[in-house]
Design a protein around this ligand. Structure first.
Ligand code: ZN
Length: 275
């Protein structure tokens, strides 16, 4: 088990964690709390436009860790798959414009497409946008999603599937995003983190509430659930070679209803205590 973190130098917060805050408000709040990293969700960019968002972020001095999110490659027609690729190239451009070195991919799934075919469509889709990513200097991070989302959000549901995909893609412009919410239950998590060594681009933390009341927006603050977050961080660092930002990503109707400034202080405490 690694030692507790003693400062916030690796802490990053997703703008979706503080969803009620507009981008400028989130920037001001994170800065005030001494949180150095920010991962920006597209809806927070869209509200002001990428150019303005990029200017605000550069002026703030915050480190933009990633842009969430691209992906959703599988579709039932070739036209729709091509549209998805075009949209992903747009996301890459947006990332470059706001200074994000990484686009997180929620890879997609479709209830009418079997999982293996969907994964092939994802691999093909990512393969086709790698030249664009390379030209923009933006990496593509494949995020594994919990299998409860397999029907319509992502056919990449295990670390094993993601590692196989990264191996098949064989590009330094693609890598893995590990979110404890999606992978904590996996018997092979430790081994797959080791296998992913030096291809891990992102690390998301939150907790799994028991019981979970809603499959989308009931994530817990670190320490409020059953995930052994610190143990997983230890594997990420020792076995995965990961030394990057630790991103607090919590979708929670309950927490969005709180005073967001007080909530950020609570997240900082939870970060030191449980991450
Ligand atoms: Zn995540």
């Amino acid at each position: 088990m690694p030692a507790a973190l003693t400062d916030f130098s690796r802490m990053c917060v997703h703008t979706m964690t503080t969803k009620p805050l507009k981008l400028d408000e989130a920037i001001a709040a994170y800065t005030k709390e001494g949180i150095p990293g920010i991962t920006v969700w597209r809806q927070h960019v869209e509200a002001v436009g990428a150019e303005e968002a990029g200017k605000m972020l550069r002026d703030s001095g915050l480190k933009v860790v990633s842009l969430c999110r691209g992906g959703f490659f599988p579709a039932t027609s070739g036209t729709a798959r091509e549209e998805a690729r075009t949209e992903n190239r747009r996301v890459i451009d947006e990332a470059a414009e706001i200074g994000a070195p990484l686009v997180v991919l929620v890879c997609g799934a479709h209830p009418e497409i079997d999982q293996q075919t969907a994964r092939q469509q994802i691999t093909d889709g990512i393969h086709s946008i790698i030249p664009h990513a390379k030209a923009a200097g933006v990496k593509l991070g494949i995020e594994v999603l919990h299998p409860m989302y397999a029907a319509d959000r992502s056919a990449v549901c295990t670390m094993d599937q993601a590692n196989n995909m990264i191996l098949a893609l064989g590009s330094e412009w693609t890598g893995l995003v590990v979110d404890v919410y999606h992978v904590w239950w996996d018997h092979f998590l430790r081994a797959e983190i080791q296998r992913a060594r030096d291809t891990i681009l992102g690390f998301h933390v939150c907790d799994w509430r028991v019981p979970t009341r809603d499959l989308l927006n009931d994530r817990g603050v670190m320490g409020d659930g059953c995930i052994k977050i610190r143990e997983i961080r230890g594997w990420m660092e020792e076995l995965g070679g990961f030394k990057g930002f630790i991103e607090v990503e919590i979708f929670s109707e309950e927490c969005w209803g709180l005073d967001q400034t007080r909530y950020l202080k609570r997240l900082k405490n939870a970060y030191l205590k449980h991450v």
